[in-house]
Ligand binder design. Structure first.
Ligand code: GLN
Length: 433
């Protein structure tokens, strides 16, 4: 029961920003199940910070649609999980509430930006959690912590009540120790909500099947190329071999647009972030404002003080990319690249039913290991393309390198979330047996 949960082990991980002993509501498919929720998803009456000082003390007056659905399914929301500030990062080190540690190895990062959700699940503090994924933030921490996580098709889960980072890319999604639980949680959260105009009425209500006979798995060479640790590539190839043993076939596919993926992703996400984050002026939440200063001065000083370096960097990059005279060179070009990547995936997913590759190019980094932003951004190379294309992608644990978990990523056609879940389930069942 939620009321008796022991959070003391979290002193080691710092997976939670806020914990709350909430009584579960009656019955439903998740009756009495403790669920952790990433701290950029609004929870009525529970502080929601986005991992930022600028929202410290913000208590939303309403629930996000997904939270409402969780409550109605009987789940107990037991806490809000740590994250990179506003979702910007791949390690959970940019949180204003201190970094989260990877339960598999406390000297390593859990991945990000949904690192707190992944760590809470991997440490056994909760069986399942919600994360959000703009460029890999569910799949990266799932891979690094050795759990499963799904980024749903864009438009399949409501973003109402999600504090936006980059609207055209992000989705809320389920994280859990097993694919079956990922699918259970997905069945609860993927229901139509007219309050999110980008949503389609395609509810997910699925029980995973391990049947993969005759399935065509596309293997994109770009997912095994430069920058990918060969030992990670090897683990993933072995996992694909397991699926072949179950009757699936592999076909080579290609996503030539991949070479523009990171540039396009970072122009688009920073542009959208610069616009989304303009509303945070530090006036209502966070420390008191110095009213003797002019508005401009106060706004600048507060944002300098209350937003972290990575968030400020991205606001500046995005503002520049959208500014008059440059928007054509950057933002419009990024949209062209995005369309090309989407077309490449469309073609590859006609030649194959799903696409498989590693989730992350390496295993979890050491805390403090990545110091320059470019090398951090490079780690998103295998995850951000699915966000640009709007397609579903799941990460499921497949073996270890240096004792650290590796993630197998399965991507599918739009609205074929069920299929990527099935393939991950088939693999998981086979290796667990
Ligand atoms: N690491 C990526 C970024 O920093 C992805 C983040 C996310 O998916 N929220 O933008």
């Amino acid at each position: 029961m939620a009321g008796t949960l022991d959070f003391s082990p979290d002193d080691r991980y710092n997976a939670f920003i806020t914990t709350c002993a909430e009584a579960p509501f009656g019955d439903g498919p998740l009756a009495g199940t403790a669920v952790a929720v990433k701290d950029n998803i609004s929870t009525a009456g529970i502080r929601t910070t986005c991992g930022s000082k600028i929202l410290d003390g913000y208590v939303p007056p309403y629930d996000a649609h997904v939270v409402d659905l969780l409550r109605r399914a009987g789940a107990a929301i037991v806490g809000k999980t740590n994250m990179d500030e506003f979702g910007m990062g791949s390690t959970t080190e940019t949180s204003a509430f201190g970094p989260t540690r990877n339960p598999v190895d406390l000297t390593r990062v859990p991945g990000g930006s949904s690192g707190g959700s992944a760590a809470a699940v991997a440490a056994g503090l909760v069986p399942m959690a919600l994360g959000t994924d703009t460029g890999g933030s569910i799949r990266c921490p799932a891979a690094f912590c050795g759990i499963a996580g799904l980024k749903p098709t864009y438009g399949r889960v409501s973003r109402y009540g999600l504090i936006a980072y980059a609207n055209s890319l992000e989705q809320v999604g389920p994280m859990a120790r097993t694919v079956e639980d990922v699918s259970r949680l997905m069945s609860v959260i993927a229901h139509y909500d007219p309050r999110d105009s980008t949503m389609l009425d395609r509810p997910y209500n699925h029980r995973p099947s391990a049947e993969v006979k005759g399935l065509r798995i596309g293997i994109p060479e770009e997912y095994f190329g430069e920058g990918v640790d060969p030992r990670v590539g090897e683990s993933v190839r072995d996992a694909i071999g397991v699926l072949e043993g179950l009757g699936a076939e592999t076909v080579p596919v290609s996503i030539p647009g991949m070479r523009h993926a990171l540039a396009a992703y970072y122009v688009i996400c920073t542009s959208e972030a610069s616009s989304n984050l303009a509303r945070f002026d530090g006036v209502r939440y966070g420390p008191a404002v110095d009213t003797r200063k002019s508005w401009h001065e106060a706004y600048q000083d507060l944002r300098r003080e209350l937003l972290g370096a990575e968030v400020r960097r991205r606001i500046m990059l995005g503002t520049f990319a959208l500014s008059a005279g440059y928007a054509g060179q950057y933002y419009a070009k990024a949209q062209v690249a995005r369309r090309k990547i989407r077309e490449d995936f469309g073609r590859a997913l006609r030649e194959a039913d799903v696409i498989a590759g590693p989730t992350m190019p390496t295993v979890a980094f050491r805390l403090g290991e990545k110091t320059d932003p470019i090398s951090m951004y490079l780690s998103d190379i295998l995850t951000a393309p699915a966000n640009l294309a709007g397609i579903p992608a799941i990460s499921v644990p497949c073996g270890r390198v240096d004792g650290l978990p590796v993630g197998l990523q399965i991507m599918g056609r739009q609205f074929e979330d069920e299929r990527v879940v099935d393939v991950a389930f088939a693999y998981e069942q086979e290796v667990r047996a």
